[in-house]
Design a protein around this ligand. Structure first.
Ligand code: SAM
Ligand code: DTB
Ligand code: SF4
Length: 318
């Protein structure tokens, strides 16, 4: 494994990851499985449930997003939900077996008074005995510390794509802005959930660049969501070419090899994937999913389908 202790040298370069992605499929999967089994029980899948606690009307211009105010997606914007309503959803998710409850808000960054409401949600989720995760946009170091004080376990903030392709997708915040938020989260001693999206018109090199950027963060994220774009009508990426499922499996394998101790989450896009493609993702080292009928604003794979798939594959959820 390419390792360096010099902070400025990435642990994994784009070329290193591109070389992994180009391996013969059996070799790549064998390597990924070897790494996976050294760190995890390959029959166990972590499950997280998502809830959009503040939907739509977002000032950012993320080209993939149903919630960007500038994208004409017909989505109705709503205000921050009440704490009790959110906790009722968390209780329902717990009853269905979710270990972690993830709350997302369509903000560029949270206002301090809204952050207090989110902290009350985090405290309530923790009191249920569940892990908590929030994704609220950019954070300042004091905001990250406030979330830590409320007991937050994970903060989700994605790099989304390679540094080189990023400007094609988002112009209202920079890659460095994202890295700064991730550092604030790290410094507050909150676990990092950070991944990206594929199927946005990027090339193979950009996919390698995304994985290399994630694996070369000062510490790899504890949780790495790999999303396949859910193409939403009215967004600039509505007609983007979907990723070949076998290329998606390769990407999961590369994430597993380069981030051996991280949970790799098969995230958005499962609804459109066959059972066989999902099974290959689990073989390639994916060991987490979003479970529940909706993601944030779009449908997720149905829970009855997921249960049937886990039963067929003999996978246990946790
Ligand atoms: N507004 C906050 C932010 O962007 O930092 C938090 C919520 S945002 C919806 C969380 C992540 O969801 C995005 O960074 C992106 O990676 C993912 N996402 C959003 N829309 C998606 C889509 N249509 N398909 C796949 N992933 C998507
Ligand atoms: C992540 O990487 N994927 C989730 C979560 N983090 C917040 C969001 C997926 C959103 C899919 C599109 C939607 O439902 O609006
Ligand atoms: Fe806003 Fe997040 Fe959607 Fe970007 S991804 S438009 S920041 S809700």
């Amino acid at each position: 494994m390419p390792e360096s202790h010099i902070a400025t040298t990435p642990r994994w370069s784009r070329a290193d990851v591109a070389a992994l992605l180009a391996l013969p499929f059996p070799e790549l999967l064998f390597r990924a499985q070897t790494v996976h089994r050294a760190h995890f029980d390959p029959a166990k899948i972590q499950i997280s449930t998502l809830l959009s606690i503040k939907t739509g009307g977002c000032p950012e211009d993320c080209g993939y997003c149903a919630q960007a105010a500038g994208n004409e997606t017909g989505l109705k914007a709503s205000k921050l939900m009440a704490v009790e309503t959110v906790l009722a959803e968390a209780r329902a998710a717990k009853a269905k077996g979710a270990a972690r409850f993830c709350m997302g808000a369509a903000w560029r960054s949270p206002k301090d008074h809204d952050l207090e409401t989110v902290c009350a949600m985090v405290e309530g989720v923790k009191a249920l005995g569940m892990e908590s995760c929030v994704t609220l946009g950019m954070l300042t170091p004091p905001q990250a510390q406030r979330l830590k004080q409320a007991g937050l376990d994970y903060y989700n903030h994605n790099l989304d794509t390679s540094p080189e392709y990023y400007g094609q997708v988002i112009t209202t915040r920079t890659y460095q802005d994202r890295l700064d938020t991730l550092q604030a989260v790290r410094d507050a001693d909150i676990n990092v959930c950070c991944g990206g999206i594929v199927g946005m018109g990027e090339d193979e090199g950009d996919r390698a660049g995304l994985i290399a950027a994630l694996a070369s963060l000062p510490r790899p994220p504890e949780s790495v969501p790999i999303n396949a774009l859910v193409a939403v009508a009215g967004t600039p990426l509505a007609k983007a070419e979907p990723i070949d499922p076998l290329d998606f499996v390769r990407l999961i394998a590369a994430a597993r090899i380069t981030m051996p101790e991280s949970y790799v989450r098969l995230s958005a896009g499962r609804e459109a994937m066959s059972d066989e493609a999902q099974a290959l993702c689990f073989l390639a080292g994916a060991n987490s999913i979003f479970y529940g009928e909706t993601l944030l604003t779009t449908p997720n794979s149905e829970t009855s389908r997921d249960e049937a798939l886990f039963a067929k594959l003999g996978l246990k959820t946790a």
